[in-house]
Ligand binder design. Structure first.
Ligand code: WQD
Length: 334
């Protein structure tokens, strides 16, 4: 029996594949390289010394998905594949609905046909919308503030309806906060195709000279230093959270949400200061207008995952900043 990892060549997917292989799990990986690179597949094998089957496939293709399930005995699916750029989703909502919702529909149909009823879904803290208060736990109201977030929420709803219709389904809905950092080896890390949207890859682009300066989106928020606060989590901690969820879906039924965060909030200026200090580098930045849709603060209560998954993030913000930059230095800023 194998675990199918959709989007397994991506940032979080590749780090998760490494931890699954290190834990002795058999995996099958698929990716269409929309936001990843073929080299990542080879690096997973190089880092772990383990082999696995890979399919260059599109989750929206029934034929592609049918082939994977027909050729492999899939026990469970970890579903990362999906578009994830908030700004792009606002410009191209139909592209997001077709890919993220349509692709997940094809996947779930295939899983049902082959009797595979264990799913770990890459959800997001974005399903909390702009939370009224912080920290955020899993009972907080859910809402969408952009098409990307709406696809995450709608897929969660699809999963809840599926479990209500068939009690044999086990689905872990993992709500990520802000993943940053890279594998300690420096061989894999965040390597988005195109122009990044998130804070850390933009800091990296500024430090490698690809972008002139970082624009801090607003310093007039009701926070200590006026900049937004987020729950940054090391991508390896996030990967280990998926490993813990595999154990959970083997034991429990139903659709269960878990926050994967550290429970600590850091401001944009704190990220800048920490990154500069641990990497001995200067980040040129200026204060710009607020970005529409940003919440002043969003950070987690991670207690449910600790109690029910036996998982807790352990990496510090310093390690996140050090590892993020180490990946770039190891790859000569390519
Ligand atoms: C973090 C902070 C910005 C860029 C998004 C998605 C969420 C998840 C993580 C997938 C904010 C500030 C950023 C810049 C800045 N993605 N910032 N200048 O918005 O918290 O969450 O990514 O699951 O679903 O919504 O992350 O990294 O974009 O922003 O000042 O050039 O950095 O205002 O306060 P965000 P982010």
């Amino acid at each position: 029996m194998a675990i199918l990892v959709t989007g397994g060549a991506g940032y979080i997917g590749s780090h998760t594949c490494i931890e699954l292989l290190n834990a002795g799990e058999e995996i099958v990986v698929m990716d269409n390289f929309y936001n990843s690179k073929p080299r990542a597949v080879e690096l997973i094998k190089e880092i772990t010394g383990k082999d696995f089957k890979f399919y260059e496939a599109d989750m929206c293709s029934e034929a592609d998905m049918e082939k994977i399930f027909a050729e492999n005995d899939i026990e469970a699916v970890i579903h990362f594949a999906g578009y994830k750029a908030v700004g792009e989703s606002v410009r191209e909502p139909l592209m997001y609905f077709k890919n993220n919702l349509g692709g997940t529909f094809v996947l779930l149909e295939c899983m049902k046909k082959y009797g595979c009823k264990k799913l770990i879904f890459s959800s997001s803290a974005t399903v909390y919308g702009i939370p009224e208060t912080v920290p955020v736990n899993e009972t907080f109201p859910l809402s969408a503030i952009n098409p990307y977030g709406r696809t995450k929420l709608m897929i969660e709803d699809m999963c809840r309806d599926l479990c209500a219709s068939d009690p044999e389904w086990s689905i872990a809905l993992l709500r990520y906060f802000n993943p940053i950092g890279a594998h300690a080896s420096g061989k894999i890390g965040e390597d988005p195709n195109g122009i990044p949207n998130n804070l850390m890859p933009i800091i990296i682009n500024v430090c490698t000279g690809k972008q002139a300066e970082l624009k801090v989106f607003g310093n007039d928020y009701p926070t200590a230093d006026g900049t937004c606060i987020r729950d940054y989590i090391h991508v390896v901690d996030l990967a280990l959270g998926h490993l813990a969820a595999v154990k959970s879906v083997r034991e429990k039924k139903g659709a269960i949400p878990y926050n994967l965060g550290t429970g600590n909030g850091y401001s944009v200026l704190e990220i800048i200061e920490t990154f500069q200090r641990v990497n001995n580098i200067k980040i040129p930045y200026s204060i710009a207008e607020r970005r529409a849709g940003d919440a002043a603060e969003c950070y987690s209560v991670p207690d449910k995952a600790a109690k029910e998954l036996g998982w807790k993030a352990t990496h510090t913000l310093e390690e996140m900043c050090r590892d993020a930059w180490n990946y770039i230095k190891t790859n000569n800023g390519k």
